[in-house]
Design a protein around this ligand. Structure first.
Ligand code: GTP
Length: 501
């Protein structure tokens, strides 16, 4: 039989039997009642064990914690059953289940704060686990103190019940916050289960506690079964059908992630405050732990965010470099050239400085590629680029860029025509001096031709026109036999400007 159909078939008769016992009120009705709760709990434990067996390795710690929490509740109800058998009039002093209920809450809280993914989460989990242990310890100390000394008083019974409700509320807050931040699908499957169980553990026992004090009937005892029934029904479903619509947004993730340490520390401080009258040392100790761990948690998060910001800035710098640089030569690419050209143009206008643009083109590069191969061509481009940059460095802040293909561009700001021509002649010669063998070149080595165009001080002009003029001058240099330098002049004859080759 499939487990989905088996679960209701087990729970319904058990609930019916429990209801019948509570209505009929036979002798030792509480013992019967606890025995039936134990049966319901045992079956739920079986279903949880099955889920643990089926879960993937990295989810096992969570399922194990849930299983252990159920085992603690089994022990607690076992004690209640024993107590009801030994003391039919009902006193909880001898067989006190408080320790097991507190341990169960602690395990559920630990499951909510446990996060092994990444060092930040591991450290945060460890801090939260310390807080969770302190909270559970304080709950236990408070409950134990009251149960041991004042059980006879009605106010004490009411205090105990409020404390149990507060404990369940604390677990619900932790589990709900964790569920709200959980993004990974397999984690969500577990936290839906935990969320449903935590809420059922808050609501049904709270109803039970309110009614059991005021009502004559035993029927509210039925509420003790319901959290386990709800959990069992959820565990028996194979697919995650509850809360499938919910996906945490980044904002929810950040907000809830920030609130959860606050909730833990706040709970600890509140409990310490309640404990103040009973034991000052414990109370102040707990407050100190609460505040210190909150501060540590904040410092941890801040450190993480600062580290991330640093990494992001580093990446941004790298990205900017990649966007404006040419990979092969390491020079600025055309985008980088235009950026510098815009800046240089603005400065030239503002400070009335001359601006010269030179286009440097490798001669007969197609032939070089065809003769020596494309890889050798790449190598040649890289060598020429490096040589141009090194030579240009000797003259200060010149811009040297790979303008495209086998063409380079040089920007000279604040240099007159004579100086510009001198520098470009040096650049042309430095390429020739590389002596990169080119079998089919007229000179036997790789050479470059240079076209120059200048904007004189205070001349209006336009940026594209200046580039176009440098291009025309380059054509003229090619036409003049290559490995030479030409200035743009309006008198350049149209036939001279036809592209070579
Ligand atoms: N190896 C290599 N070749 C490139 C690269 N970019 C462009 N080229 C080659 O450069 C050559 C340019 O050829 P052309 O425009 O005809 O000019 P050219 O052969 O240098 O002739 P002139 O400019 O007239 O001296 C083409 O064969 C392109 O394939 C590159 O990144 N690597």
């Amino acid at each position: 039989m499939k487990i989905q159909t088996l679960a209701p078939k087990v729970y319904v008769p058990l609930l019916a039997a429990h209801a019948a016992v509570l209505v009929a009120e036979p002798a030792r009705v509480l013992s019967w009642s606890y025995a039936l709760v134990l049966l319901v709990l045992l079956f739920t434990l079986f279903l949880a064990g099955r889920r643990l067996r089926m879960s993937v390795a990295h989810n096992r710690p969570w399922w194990t914690m849930l299983l252990l929490a159920l085992a603690m509740q089994l022990a607690a109800f076992g004690l209640l059953l024993t107590d009801s058998l030994v003391h039919p009039q009902g006193t909880l002093v001898q067989f006190d289940p408080t320790f097991y209920f507190c341990s169960s809450s602690l395990l559920l809280t630990l499951a909510a704060v446990y996060n092994p993914v990444g060092p930040l989460h591991r450290w945060a989990s460890a801090l939260d686990a310390v807080l969770a242990c302190a909270v559970a310890g304080l709950f236990y100390a408070l409950l134990r103190g009251v149960i041991r000394h004042d059980t006879a008083q009605a106010s004490a019974a009411s205090f105990v019940m409020w404390m149990f409700d507060a404990m369940a509320l604390f677990v619900v807050a932790c589990v709900t916050l964790r569920f709200a931040t959980t993004k990974r699908a397999d984690e969500r499957r577990f936290f839906v289960v935990l969320l449903v169980f935590a809420w059922a553990e808050l609501v049904f026992p709270a109803i039970h506690n309110r009614f059991i004090l005021s009502s004559e009937s035993y029927l509210p005892e039925l509420c003790l079964d319901l959290p386990f029934v709800v959990l069992g029904l959820r565990l028996s479903q194979r697919r995650n059908v509850w809360f499938r619509w919910y996906r945490p947004s980044r904002r929810v993730h950040l907000v809830t992630g920030g609130i959860s340490p606050f909730v833990l520390s706040m709970a600890l401080c509140l409990l310490a405050f309640v404990q103040l009258d009973r034991n000052r040392a414990i109370a102040f100790g707990a407050m100190a732990v609460g505040i210190a761990s909150y501060a540590m948690r904040v410092a941890l998060l801040l450190g993480h965010h600062l580290r991330q910001e640093g990494e992001l800035k580093h990446l941004q710098r790298g990205l900017r470099q990649t966007v404006i640089h040419d990979e092969l030569t390491g020079l600025l690419n055309r985008r980088g050239f235009y950026r510098n050209f815009d800046r240089a143009w603005e400065r030239s206008t503002r400070d009335r400085l001359p601006l010269t643009v030179a286009l440097v083109d490798i001669d007969m590069f197609k032939t070089y590629n065809d003769t020596h191969g494309h890889l050798a061509g790449d190598d040649c481009l890289a060598k020429v680029g490096r040589a141009l940059q090194q030579e240009a460095d000797a003259y200060g802040d010149l811009t040297v860029a790979r303008y495209g293909g086998e063409e380079f561009a040089v920007l000279l700001l604040g240099r007159d025509r004579m100086m510009a021509e001198h520098i470009l002649q040096r650049l042309r010669l430095c390429v020739e001096a590389l002596r990169i063998a080119s079998r089919r070149s007229r000179h036997g080595v790789v050479t470059v031709s240079v076209g120059l165009a200048a904007r004189d001080e205070g001349e209006p002009g336009e940026k594209p026109a200046l580039l176009h003029q440098a291009d025309q001058a380059l054509y003229a240099a090619k036409h003049a036999g290559r490995n030479c330098l030409r200035w743009f002049a309006p008198s350049l004859h149209a036939s001279e400007l036809d592209r070579h080759g």
